[in-house]
Design a protein around this ligand. Sequence first.
Ligand SMILES: [Zn+2]
Length: 76
Amino acid sequence: MMHECPICKAKTDSAVHADFPFCSERCRDRDLGNWASEKYVVSEAVFDEEDVAEGKGNTIVLPLDEDLDSPNDSDH
Ligand SMILES: [Zn+2]
């Protein structure tokens, strides 16, 4: 069965290439990498949006509190 490598468009043969339809292990890995990184970005963006909306109040209060508490006065 003849096919084309989805990454580099080289001709591949299912009888010859162990990584069919990819021409090589490198192209197969690259395709899997693209897939994994895309999935990761999408799921992280969704998680991040909810996290920011919920934790915004805490994130603002904490730095202010730390700043007032910091021993910067000894430098005066
Ligand atoms: Zn290839």
